[in-house]
Design a protein. Structure first.
Length: 155
């Protein structure tokens, strides 16, 4: 058991694309390093949708292979129910069952997981508000998922 240790789940897609027109592996690395400095006691897990690799520049596509091989980044398996956010939800369930306290850094609704705020200060340094966690109600998530399902069926 983890004994109430904090697990911060980073949605790689969110930080790689945060306030950018295209995703950046360099930005993701900078943000994750800042998070680890800010919360050295936390376990940090970086999870991405497989499409992230193709959203990067050609040079960064080659660099991301190192992250995969080293275990710094985990791609959600293809065909996950509800995509990589559904996979993150399963990670949250397993982590809680093993005694972790969880928080996600994402722009998506993750069932039963509070979401941390992310920003940059005036000096351009990443700031993660891990204490002001906001759990998204399960009903809101169900409504969000059903709206997404209806859109997919129409398309």
């Amino acid at each position: 058991m983890a004994g109430d240790q904090l697990l911060v789940i980073v949605d790689a897609d969110t930080l790689a694309g945060w306030r950018r027109p295209t995703s950046s592996l360099r930005q993701l690395h900078e943000a994750v390093e800042a998070l680890k400095r800010q919360a050295p006691e936390a376990v940090v897990a970086v999870i991405a949708d497989a499409s992230l690799k193709w959203a990067l520049s050609e040079d960064e596509r080659e660099l991301i292979e190192h992250d995969i091989v080293s275990g710094a980044l985990l791609f959600a398996p293809a065909g996950c129910v509800d995509g990589h956010v559904g996979f993150i939800g399963k990670v949250v369930e397993k982590a809680k069952a093993n005694g972790f306290t969880t928080v996600a850094i994402t722009d998506q609704a993750v069932p039963h997981c509070p979401v941390a705020r992310v920003s940059k200060n005036r000096e351009g340094q990443w700031v993660f508000d891990l204490d002001a966690r906001t759990a998204v109600p399960t009903k809101a998530i169900a409504e969000h998922m059903s709206r997404g399902s209806r859109r997919r069926r129409r398309g």
